[in-house]
Design a binder for this molecule. Structure first.
Ligand code: CTP
Ligand code: MG
Length: 174
């Protein structure tokens, strides 16, 4: 139990920014009219490249909000620049993971919004982690922090999506 609190704190310092980056587009797309990131273009298979679930505004606002949260964490913890930079990279990775997931989801014939359990929940987490690991100047997660998130993220996803459904941000509870 002694080591659980520092684990949670360190996990949040590193992964709260990509979590915010992943959640922001859901809210932004409800507030403003958005433009699809693939501009409506289709792939060779006749299906959309990404689909209407990935927008330019959602993508940019996600990276921006995640980086802003990282900057705030940086100010609080006194490592401003390295945390802001790390948060920018992890937020970009989060959005990249989500967009890449949609690309492959369309290729296997799943429509926008159709559930793909676990992949839908972990896309941003894996994207953020990969981007952090290939960034030499970034703060890196320990194996313990990473594994903790692998368990926590799907659980958090289920509860926040249910909440978003309850307040009518989402049409389905998953
Ligand atoms: N969203 C967005 N831009 C992004 C990511 C998400 O505008 N880069 C918005 C879209 O309105 C999207 C909603 O947030 O419908 C929920 O995101 P997500 O669950 O990732 O998208 P899905 O609609 O489920 O689409 P997909 O099947 O491609 O994952
Ligand atoms: Mg979805």
């Amino acid at each position: 139990m002694d080591s659980l609190l520092p684990l949670i704190v360190n996990f949040l310092k590193l992964y709260l920014p990509p979590m915010v980056a992943n959640g922001t587009p859901v809210v932004v797309s409800k507030l403003i009219k958005t433009t699809p990131l693939d501009f409506g273009k289709k792939w060779k298979d006749g299906r959309r490249l990404l689909g209407d679930g990935k927008s330019i505004e959602g993508t940019i606002s996600g990276i921006f909000a995640g980086t802003a949260v990282a900057a705030i964490i940086g100010v609080i913890t006194g490592y401003t620049l390295v945390h802001t930079y790390t948060g920018f990279i992890s937020s970009t990775g989060a959005v990249f993971g989500d967009v890449t997931k949609s690309f492959f989801k369309r290729r296997v014939g799943k429509e926008r919004g159709e559930p793909l359990p676990l992949v839908d929940q972990l896309d941003f987490y894996l994207g953020a982690t990969i981007f952090l690991l290939v960034c030499p100047a970034c703060v890196h997660p320990t194996l313990e922090e990473y594994l903790f998130g692998l368990l926590l993220v799907p659980l958090l996803h289920i509860s926040t999506n249910y909440l978003a459904y309850k307040v009518r941000l989402k049409k389905v509870p998953w």
